[in-house]
Design a protein around this ligand. Structure first.
Ligand SMILES: *[C@@H]1O[C@H](CO)[C@@H](O)[C@H](O)[C@H]1NC(C)=O
Ligand SMILES: *[C@@H]1O[C@H](CO)[C@@H](O)[C@H](O)[C@H]1NC(C)=O
Ligand SMILES: *[C@@H]1O[C@H](CO)[C@@H](O)[C@H](O)[C@H]1NC(C)=O
Ligand SMILES: *[C@@H]1O[C@H](CO)[C@@H](O)[C@H](O)[C@H]1NC(C)=O
Ligand SMILES: *[C@@H]1O[C@H](CO)[C@@H](O)[C@H](O)[C@H]1NC(C)=O
Ligand SMILES: *[C@@H]1O[C@H](CO)[C@@H](O)[C@H](O)[C@H]1NC(C)=O
Ligand SMILES: *[C@@H]1O[C@H](CO)[C@@H](O)[C@H](O)[C@H]1NC(C)=O
Ligand SMILES: *[C@@H]1O[C@H](CO)[C@@H](O)[C@H](O)[C@H]1NC(C)=O
Ligand SMILES: *[C@@H]1O[C@H](CO)[C@@H](O)[C@H](O)[C@H]1NC(C)=O
Length: 345
């Protein structure tokens, strides 16, 4: 009899411990945030109901009850991100995108080993990405676009986040190299690094990322030769390399190499060589941006074959037209929605 009582007490105690520590972590989060007042997103975060019913909070079915998701995108949240969120150790989804959170991303998030989705895009976070995020080994989506993050991209991310499918780092102020370790992310499908200050060469290993569908690093300071291995990424739909200091040329057999490509952008770099006619066999192409390079030779008459093309910019190269109908270069675009535009955007 005494034993049974003890067991009941222990289970009850655990329930209170797990639940109340999650509640304390949520209240610590709330304490650091202003939500715009009375009718704000956090108004329901009070003792009149259990925390599982607070706006944006979802709990799992297990006992003791634990928070599995915190989702408050576009909720007018302003303030600093409490490190106490690292105590929500059953969290799987954290979406605080499009708010006005600032300060640093707390390293305590590294304690969230069940976290699959971390979306902090569209805030004002600053400082570096804590290397500790590499301990979030379940992450599939790490989305940090549109913040004021800086410093180097931690190479630890590449070594441990083996489930990562989306890595969005665009529109920040990251510096230094693209870490070669990123090539270890064999599940990665979307790698976006646009609008940063990344420099030096692009690691050739990126060409081994067999799952990659979108690779974009426009508007950086990347230099050297675009690794030839990237032409081996046959599942790419987006290759966006515009506005860097890259060199190299387009392989003659591009038409066989990137069969699904839709967005192909090498504009504002230092590419040389001819524009291969096989490029115009890529029937999925909607956007082809090659302006402001050092391409030479003739614009192939096959340009007319691209049925899906919406944007085509080839100007500011050393090209000549050899087909009156296909290529009238150095003309201002008459109408941005026409199929083939030979202007500069
Ligand atoms: C978070 O967990 C740490 C360590 O377990 C504890 O010291 C701290 O008080 C907790 N914070 C909150 C707000 O619950
Ligand atoms: C507490 O939350 C409930 C909804 O759960 C809400 O109706 C009520 O107005 C809140 N109370 C305060 C004082 O904000
Ligand atoms: C976060 O929420 C926004 C708004 O609902 C949504 O568009 C976005 O896809 C979510 N992020 C993730 C990773 O699901
Ligand atoms: C970093 O992550 C580790 C592993 O989860 C954790 O033990 C540690 O407390 C975290 N660091 C901080 C500063 O929270
Ligand atoms: C990033 O920000 C810049 C300047 O604020 C803007 O021009 C650019 O369009 C943004 N990039 C994306 C992908 O929206
Ligand atoms: C990840 O990549 C780096 C650099 O390319 C390499 O040295 C390292 O051995 C790789 N780690 C794993 C776990 O594959
Ligand atoms: C591209 O792939 C082919 C076949 O797998 C391989 O032989 C070649 O070395 C690769 N090229 C580069 C530059 O990685
Ligand atoms: C374009 O595709 C056609 C049909 O698949 C093929 O016969 C032709 O050789 C290709 N052209 C180039 C330049 O690769
Ligand atoms: C561009 O052309 C489309 C289709 O011909 C037309 O509907 C549109 O009004 C034109 N836009 C401008 C700015 O002239």
């Amino acid at each position: 009899m005494r034993l049974v009582l003890l067991v009941v007490l222990t289970i009850g105690g655990a329930a209170i411990a797990g639940g109340s520590s999650d509640e304390a972590a949520l209240l610590a989060f709330k304490a650091g945030i202003s939500d715009g007042g009375m009718s704000g997103a956090l108004a329901s975060w009070n003792s009149s109901t259990g925390f599982c019913r607070w706006e944006g909070v979802s709990c799992g079915n297990r006992k003791p009850t634990r928070v599995v998701a915190l989702s408050l995108p576009s909720s007018n949240l302003a303030g600093e991100f409490s490190p106490a969120i690292g105590n929500l150790t059953f969290l799987q989804r954290l979406n605080l995108s499009s708010n006005d959170l600032h300060g640093e991303i707390p390293p305590s998030l590294g304690r969230l080993q069940r976290l699959q989705i971390l979306d902090l895009g569209g805030n004002s976070f600053s400082g570096a990405i804590p290397a500790n995020l590499s301990s979030c080994i379940s992450l599939t989506n790490l989305l940090l676009t549109f913040n004021q993050l800086g410093g180097r991209i931690p190479m630890e991310l590449g070594n441990k986040l083996t489930h990562l499918q989306k890595l969005h780092l665009g529109n920040n102020s990251f510096t230094g190299e693209i870490p070669a370790s990123i090539a270890n992310l064999s599940s990665l499908q979307y790698l976006h690094m646009d609008d940063n200050q990344l420099e030096d060469q692009i690691p050739a290993g990126l060409g081994n990322m067999a799952a990659l569908r979108q690779l974009s690093f426009q508007d950086n300071r990347l230099s050297g030769i675009l690794p030839a291995s990237l032409w081996n990424l046959s599942t790419l739909t987006v290759l966006a390399a515009n506005s860097n200091k890259l060199q190299g040329s387009i392989p003659a057999k591009i038409g066989d190499k990137l069969p699904d490509i839709q967005f192909f952008g090498l504009a504002e770099n230092m590419f040389t060589g001819v524009i291969p006619s096989s490029l115009f066999n890529l029937s999925s192409l909607t956007t082809l941006l090659l302006y402001s390079n050092r391409f030479t030779g003739f614009v192939p008459p096959t340009v007319g074959r691209l049925q899906s093309l919406v944007r085509l910019y080839l100007t500011s190269n050393r090209l000549q037209a050899n087909d009156r109908k296909a290529a009238r270069l150095d003309r201002k675009p008459v109408n941005d929605t026409t199929k083939a535009i030979f202007g500069r955007q």
